[in-house]
Design a protein around this ligand. Structure first.
Ligand SMILES: [Fe+2]
Length: 120
């Protein structure tokens, strides 16, 4: 998580190349994913309705940030964008093979069997 003891930890001493910026964005995304993980864990760890609502809202804002960063990466590096799209296509293909084609078009999760909740 954050390196709070050192206020200069995040400073970059010069402008970055595009390749360096892409690496930085990957690191930024990892921070967003970690934040989602923590907010979600804290969401599941309380029954207080206000805390649940606020934590869920913040958690979902972090998901928006992931989407923004990935979209920026796709803009900056067309090859990266091709790789993302290839992965997306592979998942759609697998879902189609499983007879879940309609569910692969949207972003809603499939109804049906799951591995269950990770929360007791
Ligand atoms: Fe964020």
């Amino acid at each position: 998580m954050g390196a709070f003891p050192n206020p200069f930890a995040g400073n970059v001493s010069r402008k970055m190349s595009n390749a360096e910026l892409m690496q930085a964005l990957r690191f930024d995304i990892s921070g967003e994913l970690e934040a989602i993980f923590l907010y979600d864990a804290h969401y599941h760890a309380t029954d207080d309705p206000a805390a649940k609502a606020i934590l869920a809202d913040i958690r979902d804002e972090e998901k928006v940030h992931v989407g923004e960063l990935i979209t920026l990466m796709r803009y900056l590096d067309p090859h990266e964008a091709e790789c993302f799209l290839e992965g997306e296509a592979e998942v759609h293909e697998m879902l189609e093979k499983l007879g879940l084609k309609g569910q692969s078009e949207g972003i809603a999760p499939a109804e049906g069997p799951t591995v269950g909740s990770l929360v007791k």
